[in-house]
Design a protein around this ligand. Sequence first.
Ligand code: ADP
Ligand code: ADP
Length: 234
Amino acid sequence: IPMIQVKNLYKVYKVGDTRVYALGGVDFTIYKGEFCAIVGPSGSGKSTLLNMMAGLEKPSKGEITIAGKHIEKLTENQLVAFRRKHVGFIFQSYNLLQTMNAVENVALPLSFRGVPRKKRNETAVKYIKLVGLEKQMKHMANEMSGGQQQRVGIARALAVDPQIIFADEPTGNLDSKTTKEILGLMRKIVREQNQTLVMVTHDNYIAGFADRQLHIVDGKIFKIEEQHHDDTEE
Ligand code: ADP
Ligand code: ADP
């Protein structure tokens, strides 16, 4: 089932008198249950593409359909509602609140959505366990390793039960062993919950953990590769 369909997508920035083509005609489909990587060098257009799929920036031309909805036609208010309902984000820098513990950090987006205290605590604990942090539930961000903090970041993104998760260099600050653990964990959870994970990275090795790699250079997709992964490998 198609989850994200991108058609003939262009993004042009005006910088003074010149035009920068950040995206120059991009087409692809990402399917439900898929872990897809968008991989390319710095300046190739990855962030621009991610921002448009997440409804954070408007395309200059083209179509983006998410779960059957044309998001390029939505107003700002509709986009906010769309992101609340369907989208989770995982950041390179984790973005945890230092004054809250692991469970409280995961519960925070639920509180923004008006979920009552008891329910949001139960949900946060469930996702903290899912990412293997049952022993660190009460730990503050600065009492956790980078890998543990990113596990909290993953739990926080998943706790609102989004259909789509966007991850921007999610392992950028982690050592190679922890990187493998985190990527394996994300792949496993997304598969089990039949969600869709879109990860942006400049690193081919990291992209290799995804089911499919869309290679982007100079604002154009030039190659699509597929990879088979067993859930037993980590
Ligand atoms: P990546 O994420 O792959 O590093 P970006 O999407 O950030 O690439 O950038 C793609 C191109 O678009 C680059 O040439 C960048 O300088 C340009 N660009 C991105 N955002 C802007 C902006 N807000 N204004 C002008 N140029 C931009
Ligand atoms: P990333 O590490 O995610 O690629 P960047 O440093 O490329 O981040 O971009 C950070 C922000 O600055 C983004 O929102 C991007 O759209 C914007 N940006 C990138 N390149 C330019 C540019 N040449 N001019 C103006 N804004 C830019």
